[in-house]
Design a protein around this ligand. Structure first.
Ligand code: ADP
Ligand code: MG
Length: 140
């Protein structure tokens, strides 16, 4: 487990880029933290490092976004609103947490047991430290 403090969104993206170097298809990265902690910023940094050129924005209202223009297909999930989508949930997760993709999951604590079957490559936790400072804890 490694804890680092960042002082800007760019520093958080750079940390994510380091983690991205060792990800391979089938890996799932869980990204936790309060609203505005920097989860989407972290995923953006990782996606950029994996070659994604297009916008990487919050999938809060769509649950999942796919980025197909990088070196590996990527899924970016935000499960904040998952509650109430029970019927779609197992299929959605199976499609996105697939062996040929790398998946990043914001609000993983909202998911059911389906996530448990995924190969969790890392657990990331972001914490507010005031203004632009964040603590980024990477486990795994
Ligand atoms: P979340 O997905 O956790 O809700 P976002 O990544 O969407 O968070 O938003 C984080 C916000 O905080 C962005 O506006 C970002 O620019 C800002 N920010 C300021 N400092 C940092 C930092 N050190 N790391 C990450 N984001 C930061
Ligand atoms: Mg977000």
């Amino acid at each position: 487990m490694a804890a680092t403090e960042t002082a800007s969104p760019g520093e958080t993206e750079a940390l994510a880029a380091q983690l991205a170097q060792r990800l391979t298809p089938g890996d799932v990265v869980l990204v936790s933290g309060e609203l505005g902690a920097g989860k989407t910023t972290f995923v953006r940094g990782a996606a950029r490092a994996l070659g994604v050129q297009g916008p990487v924005t919050s999938p809060t209202f769509t649950i999942a976004r796919r980025y197909e223009d990088g070196r590996v297909p990527i899924s970016h999930l935000d499960l904040f609103r998952l509650e109430g989508l029970d019927a779609e949930e197992p299929e959605l997760l199976a499609d996105e947490l697939a062996p040929d993709r790398i998946a990043f999951v914001e609000w993983p604590e909202q998911s059911g047991p389906d996530l448990g079957a995924a190969r969790i490559a890392a657990r990331v936790r972001l914490e507010h430290l005031g203004a632009d400072r964040r603590r980024v804890i990477i486990d795994g």
